[in-house]
Design a protein around this ligand. Structure first.
Ligand code: LLP
Length: 446
C-alpha cells in the first residue's frame, strides 16, 4: 500500500506502525489495512471519472463493490469519500445498514435474490435493484405489488464482451448464469422483452441498464466496446418506447498490481479513454448521455491490504530442471487457503517479503505454502526470499485487501484472522480474530 516502508532497522511498517508491534498486539495471520490508501483509491476513482465525464453527463456515481471486502468501517470510509455501495446479498445489505449508508445510495445485485432479500430492498427503498433475468423481473414485480411498494430497477444485460487483463473477446452468444442476453432468439432478445415488461409494469421504475464484463482488467477497450453496445441499445429503446433511460452502469473489474508483472492503468487514464468513446458514440445517437456509474471493488480495497504471517517449518526439495535439478525451498506459514483462497481457486499470483528484518544472505527461490491439509494450499508459488528465513520470521504478502478476507473460511477449523486498520501511526481493530469458542459456538453437540 502507499504507506508501506522499511524502517531504519529494516522492519516493514505500514502508516508508521511496525509489523512486529502489530503482530505483538493482534497476532498472526493478520490482515493489515492502510486506511488512508483505501480512502485515496476511492477518491481517485471518484475524481478521475467525475472529471472525465463532467461535460458528458454531469459526472459519474462510483459504487464500491462491497463483495471485495466489506466491514462496517469500510462501508463508512467509502461513503464518507463520496462513493455509494453495491451489495449482492441480504448479509452485505445488513452491514451497509449498520454502517448507516442511506438506502438511496445502495444497489443490490445477485442472480438469485431471495424473496426476503427483495422484500428488504423494497422496504428500505433501495436506489437500485439490479435485475438479472426475466424470471426475477416478474418476481420483483410480484413482491412490489403484494407489498404496495415501487421498485427502482436496473436491468443487467450481457453485451457479449468478456474482458480480463490485456484482452477482451466479443462473442455473439452467452452461456453464463448472469444477465439478460441481447441476442435475438426469434422473438426479439431477452433484454428487449425485459425492457418492455419493466416499462409497462406499474410498480417497476426502470432507471437504467447495467453491464459487468469481467475482472482484473487493465485496458479500457473492453469497457469501451461494452459502453458503445449499451448506448446503441438505449437509443433503440428511446426509438421504440419513447423513453430515454437515465442511467448506465458499466460495472467493475478494474485491475490492480499483485506482482511487479502487473501494470494496471491509473483510474484517470481509464476514465479518459472511456469518456472519449462515450462522447463519440453519443454524438451519433439521438439520445442524451445517460448518467454513468461504475462499480470498482478490487481496485479500491485490494492494494490497501496486506497479510502478515509467521513462518514455521521450512524444507528444501530438488526439482527437475533442464535435465538437472534445482533446489526449491518451501516456507510454511500459519495460514493459507482459508485466508487467501485466490491462488488455489484461480491460480492467482502474489509476492511475499521478509517483513520483520533485513538480512545480507542470498535470496533463493521459495514457495510460500499454508498449513492446510491440501497440497494445493499455496500462498505464493515462486518468490525469492532470503536463505536464512526461519521459524518466527514474519512474512508479508501485499495486495490482499480484496477477495481474501471476503472469501475466507474455517477450513481445517482454522480461526479467521483479525483485520486491523492502520492510519497515521494509530491502529484500529476492525474485525477481531476468531477464537476456539467461536469455532464451536454453533456446534450443537458441543
Ligand atoms: N460489479 C459486479 C456486478 C460484479 O459482479 C463484480 C465482481 C464487481 C462489480 C466488482 O469487480 P472488481 O472491480 O472487484 O473486479 N473472486 C474473484 C472476483 C470475482 C468478481 C465477481 N464480481 C477474484 O478474487 O478474482
Amino acid at each position: 500500500s502507499a504507506h508501506t516502508r522499511r524502517s531504519s532497522s529494516g522492519e516493514l511498517t505500514v502508516a508508521g506502525v511496525g509489523v512486529t508491534d502489530l503482530v505483538r498486539e493482534f497476532g498472526t495471520p493478520l490482515f493489515v489495512i492502510d486506511e488512508e490508501d483505501l480512502r485515496a483509491r476511492a477518491v481517485a476513482f471518484r475524481d478521475a471519472f467525475n472529471a472525465a465525464f463532467a461535460d458528458l453527463c454531469g459526472g459519474v456515481d462510483v459504487y464500491y463493490a462491497s463483495k471485495a471486502f466489506l466491514t462496517v468501517d469500510v462501508a463508512r470510509w467509502v461513503t464518507e469519500e463520496g462513493l455509494r455501495l453495491d451489495t449482492c446479498s441480504g448479509g452485505e445489505l445488513a452491514v451497509a445498514r449498520r454502517a448507516g449508508v442511506s438506502a438511496s445510495e445502495l444497489g443490490l445485485h445477485g442472480n438469485n435474490k431471495s424473496i426476503a432479500e427483495i422484500e428488504m430492498a423494497l422496504e428500505l427503498g433501495l436506489g437500485r435493484i439490479v435485475v438479472d433475468s426475466l424470471d426475477e423481473l416478474e418476481r420483483i414485480g410480484r413482491v412490489a405489488e403484494a407489498t404496495g411498494q415501487r421498485a427502482n430497477i436496473m436491468l443487467r444485460l450481457t453485451p457479449g464482451v468478456h474482458a480480463s487483463t490485456h484482452e477482451f473477446i466479443a462473442t455473439a452468444h452467452e452461456d453464463q448464469k448472469f444477465g439478460l442476453s441481447m441476442v435475438d432468439d426469434g422473438d426479439g432478445s431477452p433484454a428487449e422483452r425485459a425492457v418492455a415488461a419493466a416499462l409497462s409494469h406499474p410498480r417497476l421504475n426502470l432507471v437504467g441498464l447495467h453491464a459487468h464484463i469481467g475482472s482484473q482488467i487493465f485496458e479500457a477497450d473492453g469497457f469501451a466496446v461494452a459502453a458503445q453496445k449499451m448506448l446503441r441499445f438505449m437509443a433503440a429503446i428511446a426509438d421504440e418506447h419513447g423513453v430515454e433511460l437515465p442511467e448506465l452502469d458499466l460495472g467493475g473489474g478494474h485491475g490492480i498490481a499483485y506482482t511487479e508483472a502487473d501494470t494496471p492503468r491509473p483510474a484517470s487514464e481509464l476514465a479518459e479513454a472511456l469518456a472519449a468513446v462515450v462522447r463519440s458514440t453519443i454524438a451519433e445517437l439521438p439520445i442524451r448521455c445517460p448518467r454513468i456509474s461504475i462499480e470498482p471493488g478490487r481496485a479500491i480495497s485490494g492494494p490497501a491490504g496486506m497479510t502478515v504471517y509467521e513462518a514455521g517449518v521450512t524444507k528444501t526439495v530438488a526439482v527437475e530442471h533442464d535435465g538437472g535439478t534445482l533446489p526449491r525451498r518451501y516456507v510454511s506459514v500459519d495460514g493459507g487457503m482459508s485466508d487467501n483462497a485466490r491462488p488455489v481457486l484461480y491460480g492467482a499470483d502474489y509476492t511475499a517479503t521478509l517483513a520483520s528484518r533485513v538480512t545480507e544472505t542470498d535470496a533463493i527461490i521459495s514457495r510460500v505454502v499454508g498449513k492446510h491439509c491440501e497440497s494445493g494450499d499455496i500462498v505464493v508459488r515462486d518468490v525469492y526470499l532470503p536463505e536464512d528465513v526461519a521459524a518466527g520470521d514474519l512474512i508479508a504478502v501485499p495486495a490482499t485487501g480484496a477477495y481474501c478476507w471476503a472469501l475466507s473460511s474455517n477450513y481445517n477449523y482454522l480461526a479467521r484472522p483479525a483485520v486491523v486498520a492502520v492510519r497515521e501511526g494509530q491502529t484500529r481493530l476492525m474485525i477481531r480474530r476468531e477464537t476456539e469458542d467461536d469455532l464451536l459456538a454453533r456446534d450443537m453437540g458441543a
